[in-house]
Design a protein around this ligand. Structure first.
Ligand code: PLP
Length: 259
């Protein structure tokens, strides 16, 4: 999607009507920034295109009263995908999909074979709604987590991680040689080492190596707007303020070695 700032609207490369589907990530994986879904839904609606939202992380923001406004327009999508093994912290391989058009969903997933016994009384055959005929009970852990946390617990989890991300950013930006590249809107913080002289990309990469070696915390590297950066993603339910402070100290220590 391209933002046409002159006409103040979103246009797709398919304005001529070629492509018929759009996949949007609810948020940028580096910065946590959200796409303007309402505007995007206007375009896909105009072209009768299928709007799919990849909300692996971002969809969970809808559980928070504070963050929910970022997800405005998500209800206009045709389908959502998200991961329970990210913010909900259940074991890997717990992907979720929601489709607003049951007939299309079922037609895409359903398989039939003579040996697959179907019961006319069965109100909903799970095999009709997923790509697999056989699978382990992944839904059990997801259900148990949601049941034990409740609506409030999920909201607290999301809000707490975002608050801790802001704490990270606040601590780190006090260090003159550190730049926080993004506006911290979710749980992501992009950190760059910017020494007064020398190569900031190399300094960032080297600081990252030292941090990973020290093992107080783990963060990965990324490249954003042609800049190397460290990518902090606060998503574990057990992370505390003390963990953030110790981790920030480790990052600052590694950074000072680059000056
Ligand atoms: C927005 C988004 N989509 C998809 C994925 C991939 O998820 P998975 O590894 O569960 O397939 C990620 C992983 O970080 C993600 O952030």
């Amino acid at each position: 999607m391209i933002h046409d700032s002159h006409h103040r609207r979103w246009t797709g490369p398919d304005e001529a009507g070629r492509a018929r589907s759009r996949a949007r990530d609810r948020r940028n994986v580096n910065t946590g920034a959200f796409d303007p879904l309402d505007a995007i839904a206007d375009v896909t609606g105009r072209h009768r295109a299928w709007l799919h939202v990849d909300g692996a992380f971002g969809l969970w923001a809808a559980a928070s009263e504070t963050l929910k406004p970022h997800t405005r327009g998500v209800e206009r999508a045709d389908s959502w995908a998200t991961d329970a093994h990210k913010w909900l912290n259940v074991p890997y391989d717990s992907g979720l999909v929601f489709v607003a058009h049951p007939a299309a969903h079922r037609a895409a997933m359903s398989v039939s074979a003579a040996y697959l016994l179907r019961s006319p009384e069965e109100p909903r055959e799970p095999m009709d709604w997923t790509p697999e005929a056989s699978r382990r009970a992944r839904g059990f852990a997801v259900y148990a987590a949601l049941r034990s946390l409740g609506r409030r617990g999920v909201e607290d989890l999301v809000d707490r991680c975002c608050r801790l991300a802001r704490r990270f950013a606040d601590r780190l930006r006090q260090e003159p040689v550190i730049q926080i590249l993004n506006e911290v809107v979710l749980n992501q913080v992009l950190v760059r080492v910017a020494p007064p002289t020398g190569d900031a990309d190399a300094a960032t990469r080297e600081a990252l190596r030292v941090i990973q070696e020290e093992r107080v915390c783990w963060l990965g590297g990324t490249r954003w707007r042609d800049m190397d950066a460290m990518r902090i993603s606060v998503s574990n339910w057990s992370t505390t303020e003390n963990d953030v402070d110790r981790s920030a100290d480790s990052i600052i220590r590694a950074t000072r070695r680059q000056v």
